[in-house]
Design a protein around this ligand. Structure first.
Ligand SMILES: [Zn+2]
Length: 380
């Protein structure tokens, strides 16, 4: 079988759509008007992805406030925030360029999603002629909605985690039921868990194992057959062309991450200084039998944070080298991250989000072509 490829999920939102989000926050347009801009951008994303030859298509998350907050708020500024949440939660991340992203804060129970990803899948299925994938958020990210210390009166941490796991399970099951053939779970907080950033207390609490155990509580509710098509995405962040945890030694994550009983992983690698070491770590830790499923490692061969387009030849060389360490039947190709995980992202190094969309399509085409060349060279 040729080396499979898969995108993470997001694409830059066109400037027109970003302005529509802002206009909705300002009360100048209704949610329905915002949705019609989202629908137009989603249709454009799907059609352009299909032209690149992408195996599974997405709407580029055009309808989502962000990869992490789509279940709980309509916009990043907090318009349409779900019940029992306030805007002033923990920093999710402080990025290397100094900007940060903040999560809402849970104020009481019960915790419930207001939007499930299946809503997007249904709309995308009606547009796409190729199979549709959907990215969803991990429970390990949303557990950070609960205050780091202490308990919320009348809503214990354990009750919250139990409700959260139920919502995430529902999110994944409903996405499949709506017609998604692949569902990947975003786990960017995995590497960040060892950041030890004094400005961001949760990164000082050695939470990686807790994250993995919580995510497995959800994954273990699915059969091996289902888990073949449930993935995990890891990266050091990707927002406004900046990262949050690339300085955290990758082995801290890669020696533990494959404990997750997922069928496949979308792993940032193209932007690493020592890619060969990452291939070796993945090869050493990837499991042949994760409770009944053989894990597949999709290695990042494209850097979505830079405007320079990788060549198919570069992609091929990376994959051929990766195959020295990772069995080729367990090797795939992906991008290091989504191209714009947050809805407000002006893509500064690219000059504009509209140009960044064009660049993203060229990069995706290079990944697909490079994977074909590598498959030929490796005889698969
Ligand atoms: Zn990512």
């Amino acid at each position: 079988m040729p080396i499979p490829t898969e995108l993470v999920g997001s694409l830059p939102r066109p400037m027109k759509l970003q302005e529509a989000y802002a206009a909705h926050d300002d009360g100048k347009i209704t949610f329905e008007q915002l949705q019609s801009e989202q629908d137009a951008a989603a249709k454009d994303s799907i059609e352009r992805l299909e032209q690149t030859g992408e195996t599974y298509v997405t709407d580029g998350e055009q309808r989502e406030s962000s990869f992490a907050t789509y279940p709980i708020t309509d916009t990043l500024a907090g318009t349409g925030l779900a019940d029992n949440l306030a805007g002033d939660g923990q920093f999710f991340a402080i990025f290397d360029d100094g900007h940060h992203r903040q999560l809402p804060r849970l104020t009481g129970g019960p915790f419930r999603y207001k939007t499930f990803a299946s809503e997007f899948v249904e709309k995308n299925k009606a547009i796409a002629s190729k199979p549709v994938k959907q990215a969803v958020i991990a429970p390990s990210m949303l557990m950070l909605l609960y205050p780091l210390e202490g308990e919320i009166e009348g809503y214990s941490r354990e009750q919250f985690l139990s409700d959260l796991c139920d919502e995430v399970e529902k999110d994944i099951r409903q996405a499949f039921a709506a017609g998604a053939v692949r569902v990947s779970v975003d786990f960017t907080e995995g590497r960040l868990a060892n950041k030890n950033d004094s400005r961001n207390p949760w990164t000082n609490k050695d939470m990686l194992q807790e994250f993995i155990d919580l995510n497995n509580r959800v994954l273990d509710r699915f059969s091996p057959e289902e888990r073949k098509n449930i993935g995990i995405h890891t990266c050091p962040g990707g927002d406004c062309d900046s990262v949050h945890s690339k300085d955290v030694p990758y082995e801290k994550l890669l020696t533990k991450m494959f404990q997750l009983n997922a069928g496949y992983f979308l792993i940032q690698c193209a932007s690493e200084d020592d890619k060969e070491n990452v291939y070796r770590l993945v090869g050493e830790n990837l499991r042949e039998d994760a409770n009944g499923v053989k894990q597949v490692a999709f290695m990042g061969v494209i850097n979505p944070l830079t405007p320079e387009v990788e060549t198919a030849e570069q992609v091929k060389n990376d994959l051929v080298l990766a195959a020295k360490y990772i069995p080729v039947e367990q090797l795939g190709a992906t991008d290091d991250c989504g191209f714009s995980p947050f809805s407000r992202d002006e893509k500064p190094k690219h000059g504009s989000p509209d140009f960044a969309r064009d660049v993203a399509m060229q990069k995706i085409a290079a990944r697909i072509e490079g994977a074909k060349l590598a498959s030929q060279e490796l005889g698969v």
